[in-house]
Design a binder for this molecule. Structure first.
Ligand SMILES: [Zn+2]
Length: 397
């Protein structure tokens, strides 16, 4: 079963109206209400927009869907979309169990139709004709649900191609035509996916990457060349409902952006430092997912203050045209956060500049940067300073 964070990540459309939502507009709706002891777990949650959540209020899901048949349609699409992205039907099976007989039957019919359609689409094959003549270093942007995303030229080409060939599966040939290797190709897909949730990687050895066709309509024809060129874009937050400590960097460094992983530079002391707090000696040697899991287990969440900017190299002093992340919304969605740790000077000054209210409202700590550029702090020094912030949360409740 997927966890709540993953569900939130995959839920790029509202379960009740189908609106495409950026991550910070996604809200939890309990299927069995909390008042009836419904749990806050993925199999009892659907992700929807604030409007629908407000409209539904405490209405039971069966009453709500029967009252609004068009929302029921969207709801079935949503279940199918999650199944499609997870590659199994665990989520929809669990959720549809609580539906009334008539709603469940309607959903089953819909699911069968969907399956047939997919089979048909699979049969259609596409050949690739991609010209290399106009590969230049141009940044592209597109809008998705009011939010602007910036991607590089290669990513734009990949995205554009998928929009035109939604059933495309032979990514090896496609990567060859672009003159790039499989690994690079997959990495670009991951970048796009981290930004938008457009792609999912399914059975890499066979069919490669599958487009989430529920939202491709929304970005079709919207990829445009742009003269503004932020070359850095931060990741999605790593956070769950239990998180109490939020660690904010300024903007991931070059190595991290390349790997699409927080604190990926081998000389950055971040993971060694976190290993000390999590009591996991070899934390920095674990794979990335395990690292994040260990932090979440210890109620530690990660994000960055800056959403996008221009920057040559990794130095904070080179940051220009910065746009902040929507921290107020994140904190609203995760009310358990009590402590905010700002990793380094730039994270602190940007935070102070954009969110003076939050600085008042939360226990905020300006902490010495774990970056290799801050060499005067050894690991022990870092630990002593960070310990003041991170220890506090453990004793405060
Ligand atoms: Zn909605």
């Amino acid at each position: 079963m997927i966890n709540l964070q993953k569900l939130r990540h995959l839920s790029c459309i509202c379960a009740y109206c189908g609106k495409v939502m950026p991550i910070n507009e996604r809200t939890n709706d309990h299927i069995i209400p909390r008042s009836a002891n419904g749990k806050t777990e993925a199999n009892n949650i659907v992700i929807c927009c604030q409007e629908c959540n407000g409209l539904k209020g405490s209405t039971l899901i069966n009453d709500f869907l029967e009252k609004y048949p068009e929302k029921a349609e969207c709801f079935y699409n949503y279940l199918n979309m999650i199944d499609y992205q997870t590659g199994n039907s665990e989520y929809s099976d669990a959720v549809s169990e609580v539906l009334s007989e008539s709603l469940r039957m309607a959903y089953k019919r819909k699911k069968r139709r969907e399956k047939k359609l997919r089979k048909k689409q699979k049969k259609a094959t596409n050949t690739i004709t991609l010209k290399q003549e106009d590969i230049q270093d141009i940044e592209y942007s597109f809008k998705l649900s009011g939010q602007k995303f910036y991607i590089n030229e290669l990513q734009a080409k990949i995205l554009d191609y998928y929009l035109k060939h939604p059933n495309f599966s032979d990514y090896k040939t496609f990567a060859e035509n672009l003159g790039i290797g499989k690994t690079r190709f997959i990495r670009e897909i991951c970048c796009i996916n981290n930004l938008t949730g457009v792609f999912k990687i399914k059975k890499m050895s066979e069919n490669g990457i599958v487009l989430n066709d529920f939202i491709c309509d929304n970005i079709q024809n919207k990829i445009i060349k742009t003269s503004e060129k932020p070359n850095c874009q931060s990741f999605l937050p790593s956070i769950d409902e239990k998180s109490e400590i939020l660690i904010l960097g300024s903007m991931p460094g070059v190595k991290s952006l390349e790997e699409q992983q927080y604190y990926a530079h081998p000389q950055n002391r971040f993971w060694k430092l976190m290993g000390l707090f999590c009591n996991v000696e070899n934390l920095h040697d674990l794979n990335y997912q395990k690292k994040l899991q260990n932090l979440l287990k210890n109620q530690i969440a990660l994000w960055d203050v800056i959403q996008s900017c221009n920057r040559d190299g990794s130095l904070d002093s080179n940051i220009q045209n910065e746009v902040p992340n929507n921290l107020p919304d994140l904190l609203k969605q995760f009310p358990n956060i009590k402590i905010i740790c700002l990793n380094g000077n730039k994270a602190y000054t940007a935070f102070k500049k954009y969110f003076p209210d939050l600085l008042e409202k939360y226990n905020c700590y300006k902490l010495p940067s774990t970056s290799p550029a801050n060499a005067k702090y050894k690991l022990d020094d870092l630990y002593n300073e960070w310990n003041k912030a991170i220890n506090l949360s453990k004793t405060s409740d």
